[in-house]
Write a protein that binds this ligand. Structure first.
Ligand code: NAP
Length: 306
């Protein structure tokens, strides 16, 4: 599995494809690459370069003339496999795949969880390809609280989740982007899986307390039974299937599967991961959680895709 050959290659002359370039990690990866002088093909449905996982006619143009790609996968369908096959045929050499924690743990998510199964398929497709691949397996992103599906809850002052007293070692998307760019542009990452977390696990009550302290507004955590969580979401107009999928996605926290720490940030970057408190301070400085309008709406960013 491990291939530590020196994979140095001049990637600076060709555009780097970023699939999912408007999302939490993709836009940070794109920004870092541009700052380092790379031309970036920022691909997504609303990105500068039109790309839709559901429209294969958009794949070829995105891949043309590209040797290196960062890929944020599409959880609802197993489309990474055909994309990887097409990418290899089109001349792609190096691919960094965003995956997720727990892919190698059969008990992390129930066996029929769609997001988990498509990520397993995506990982297998990448690993069995002839590409110089690197896989990133982060835990829960800190940015879910201001750019993702939890932003509205934080904005309302109540984080209601079926996570009990469970803790998660939230990882900053800034760190994920730093690791991704190292793998995209550096050497020695081919054939490696980087497991990524923050420096410590926090319960949702601790998260709420950190955000309350930094914003001066009261944000509480309410541990909901899964059925109550689903009923609440359905009452807000979310489809029952999506609500149940979200409860399933949160369930590893409840079952203690997300509290452990991973060493990928330290190994790749030679430094400690950013603390959750630093994320909160940066989010506040950039205008998160101001007024009742959620940051996700203000920035137009996507919510959790599972
Ligand atoms: N969030 C977490 O805590 C977390 C933790 C571990 C793993 N992950 C994994 O990371 C991935 C990203 O999840 P996320 O929720 O954080 O999302 P995200 O990366 O913040 O946003 C999703 C990205 O995918 C793009 N996208 C969505 N549908 C698309 C389509 N049909 N065609 C092309 N692009 C599309 C979106 O751009 P457009 O809307 O412009 O198309 C956006 O750039 C998922 O596979 C998830 O399982 C997430």
């Amino acid at each position: 599995m491990t291939d530590t050959r020196n994979t140095a290659r001049s990637t600076a002359r060709r555009p780097v494809l970023v699939v999912g370039a408007t999302g939490k990690t993709g836009r940070r990866v794109a920004a870092r690459l541009r700052a380092a002088g790379h031309e970036v093909r920022a691909a997504s449905r609303s990105g500068a370069w039109p790309f839709d996982w559901n429209d294969r006619t958009t794949w070829g143009p995105a891949l043309e003339g590209v040797e290196t790609a960062y890929v944020v996968p599409f959880d609802p369908a197993p489309v990474v496999r055909p994309f990887v096959e097409q990418a290899e045929a089109a001349g792609l050499r190096r691919l960094v795949l965003l995956s997720g924690r727990g892919i190698d743990d059969p008990d992390y998510l129930p066996g029929d969880a769609l997001a988990g199964s498509t990520l397993v398929d995506a990982e297998e497709a990448v690993r069995s390809s002839g590409l110089e691949w690197t896989i990133l397996r982060p835990g829960w992103f800190s940015q879910n609280f201001d750019e993702g599906f939890l932003a509205d809850m934080v904005g309302s002052g109540r984080i209601g989740l079926p996570a009990g007293d469970g803790a998660a070692s939230f990882v900053d998307a800034e760190d994920i982007a730093d690791v991704a760019v190292a793998a995209l542009t550096g050497t020695g990452h081919a054939g490696l899986i980087h497991e990524l977390s923050g420096p410590r696990a926090l319960t949702l009550a601790e998260v709420a307390a950190e955000i309350s302290a930094a914003t001066g507004r009261t944000v509480e955590y309410v541990a909901l039974p899964p059925e109550e969580f689903v009923a609440e979401l359905v009452g807000q107009g979310v489809g029952a299937e999506d609500a149940e999928a979200l409860a399933t996605t949160v369930s590893p926290i409840l079952r203690g599967k997300d509290a452990h720490l991973s060493e990928g940030v330290q190994r790749v970057l030679g430094r400690e991961p950013r603390a959750f408190g630093e994320y909160v301070r940066n989010a506040v400085a950039s205008g998160a959680w101001v007024g009742s309008e959620s940051v996700s709406e203000k920035r137009g960013t996507a919510t959790f895709t599972s």
